[in-house]
Write a new protein. Structure first.
Length: 293
């Protein structure tokens, strides 16, 4: 384990460790405007949702590394405390990256990066038409800590493309294709191939990790994720259910393998349970595992 004290390292060196580990990070593609009406568009990956009522988004542009000056986004927000935070998907990631070039102040990155300005409803900065989720925000506070300028925003209007909505006008995660920032030049794409569901434990009270029998907890086949799934069940199957499951084709096949000496019973049970858990069949996995007791 590499242990580092940030006070003993150059800040940019420790920054590389932080951004490599605290990832992926969503991207705030922020459009702002100065008092002369000049538009700025810049991406920031120190960003997330921080409140529900009222809805709060927070992003944090750092000062420029070369001279410590404030970036145009912060200068604009100090003049006009309004911002549109546009969310980035895969179809616009290269253009978004292009907009991050440090052009001279007053340059419109919408034009430089080839994006389309869309008039906002309640704020002055334009929205990025190509973005499938756009949040018009008023700035509540800009808090400076060291070289960071933390911008706390309240969402006052939001826009979502029909392309990411289902028939109930809810966001369908399988229709999104968001990208997020990793360390260095790396990004990650959240699409169907990389997304998965994890059932929220707060919808019920699971038995917990500590209630799993030791011989299962210490399994060399089941992973920590598998054990987390097993601990999320509300109650174990009844003895009657376990006995009835012994007659299933799954168990008959396992029993036959044990009879012919193909493998140890517990290994076969744990391997079968692992397959079931990968399919999110938690109760069936328990019915298999409890056959060894």
């Amino acid at each position: 384990m590499l242990t580092l004290n940030p006070k003993e390292l150059d800040s940019r060196v420790f920054y590389s460790y932080m951004t490599g580990a605290v990832a992926p990070r969503p991207i705030a593609f922020a459009s702002t405007i100065d008092k002369e009406g000049n538009v700025n568009l810049s991406p920031f990956s120190f960003f997330n949702i921080m409140g529900i009522n009222p809805p709060i988004l927070v992003f944090a542009p750092n000062n420029r590394g070369r001279d410590g000056s404030k970036k145009d986004t912060i200068v604009n927000l100090e003049e006009i405390p309004e911002v549109v935070i546009n969310i980035v998907d895969y179809n616009m990631v290269q253009q978004m990256s292009l907009s991050s070039v440090e052009y001279p102040k007053g340059t419109n990155e919408f034009i430089k990066a080839g994006f389309t300005e869309e008039k906002s409803i309640l704020v002055q900065p334009p929205r990025v038409k190509e973005s499938k989720a756009q949040f018009e925000c008023k700035v509540l506070e800009i808090k400076q800590i060291g070289t960071m300028n933390m911008v706390i925003c309240e969402v006052i209007m939001a826009h979502f493309s029909e392309l990411i909505l289902n028939e109930h006008n809810k966001i369908d995660q399988t229709k999104t294709d968001w990208v997020a920032r990793m360390g260095g030049d790396w990004y990650v794409r959240a699409n169907n191939d990389s997304m998965f569901e994890v059932e929220k434990p707060n919808t019920k009270i699971g038995i917990g990790y500590d209630a799993i029998p030791e011989s299962i907890r210490l399994s060399k086949i089941l992973t920590g994720n598998h054990l987390g799934q097993l601990g999320n069940i509300e109650e174990l199957p009844s003895q009657e259910e376990v006995l009835a499951y012994k007659e299933s084709s799954v168990m008959q096949n396992i029993i036959e393998q044990v009879m012919y000496g193909c493998a140890f019973l517990d290994n076969l049970l744990h391997a079968e349970a692992a397959k079931l858990l990968e399919q999110n069949k938690v109760k069936e996995a328990w019915l298999v595992l409890l056959q060894s007791f």
